[in-house]
Design a protein around this ligand. Structure first.
Ligand code: ZN
Ligand code: ZN
Ligand code: ZN
Ligand code: ZN
Length: 230
């Protein structure tokens, strides 16, 4: 597989950074600093400071897809799972799990003793830890999540905030080299499923097998189109 450069954009200042420099940038970004120090927009005066985790998320086998997010430590695994589904994963409501230090936490419980995702993040993760998220146990998308740090700050609700995200990778049509717009869900297993608009019409597996190319580690898998499932 050709090496795909992996640049991304800082949500605070709009700057473009490589995957390896974005963390240092976020720690120093003046625009982020200003936003974090501004008094909260809602409510009167200063709320109680909460612990907020900084997480780096990436495709376990597709590391060109990555995110830096912040999420309150009181948010649950469920909250984090919903966020990842909405942004990156959801196709048909598959089962998912977090794998944290040898323990599994499932989106749905099937057997007595299965752990749910109703645990607050602060109970199960801490800075320095790495853990995994698996979406769909058939055609799995696996994510690696690193807990970069924790800080005290203002947070609203339990939602995650995207601090930085990879730009859509420059993926080319496997036939003609033009920018790809779709991926064949049959050929993608061989790593040769990328097609451009022109080549899509004559793709050997048929146009029905093509899925739109989406900026997500789930692109080309199952029925993933990037449209949120309800
Ligand atoms: Zn920035
Ligand atoms: Zn699916
Ligand atoms: Zn082409
Ligand atoms: Zn194909």
């Amino acid at each position: 597989m050709t090496r795909i450069s992996s640049k991304g954009t800082c949500s605070y200042c709009g700057g473009s950074y490589s995957k390896s420099t974005i963390l240092r940038h976020l720690q120093a970004c003046p625009a982020r600093k200003t936003e974090n120090e501004a008094p909260s927009k809602k409510g009167s005066g200063k709320g109680v400071a909460k612990t907020i985790f900084h997480l780096q998320v990436e495709g376990l086998y597709l590391p060109m897809y990555w995110l830096h997010i912040e999420i309150p430590a009181k948010a649950t695994l469920d909250d984090l799972d919903s966020f990842l589904r909405d942004l990156w994963l959801e196709c048909c409501g598959h089962l998912s799990s977090f794998e944290i230090q040898g323990q599994s936490f499932f989106s749905e419980k099937f057997e007595p003793g299965d752990r749910s995702m109703r645990f607050a993040l602060e109970k199960v993760i801490a800075p320095g830890m790495k853990f995994e998220h698996i979406y769909d146990f058939g055609t799995s998308t696996e994510l690696l999540i690193k807990v970069i740090s924790a800080r005290e700050g203002q947070a609203q609700g339990k939602g995650a905030v995207i601090m930085a995200r990879n730009d859509p990778p420059d993926i080319r049509c496997n036939t003609c080299g033009k920018p790809a717009t779709a991926i064949c869900c049959i050929c993608s297993d061989e790593g040769t499923g990328y097609v451009c608009d022109d080549c899509a019409k004559k793709h050997e597996c048929g146009e029905d097998m093509l899925l739109p190319l989406v900026n997500s580690p789930r692109t080309g898998m199952c029925g993933y189109t990037g449209e949120c499932y309800d």
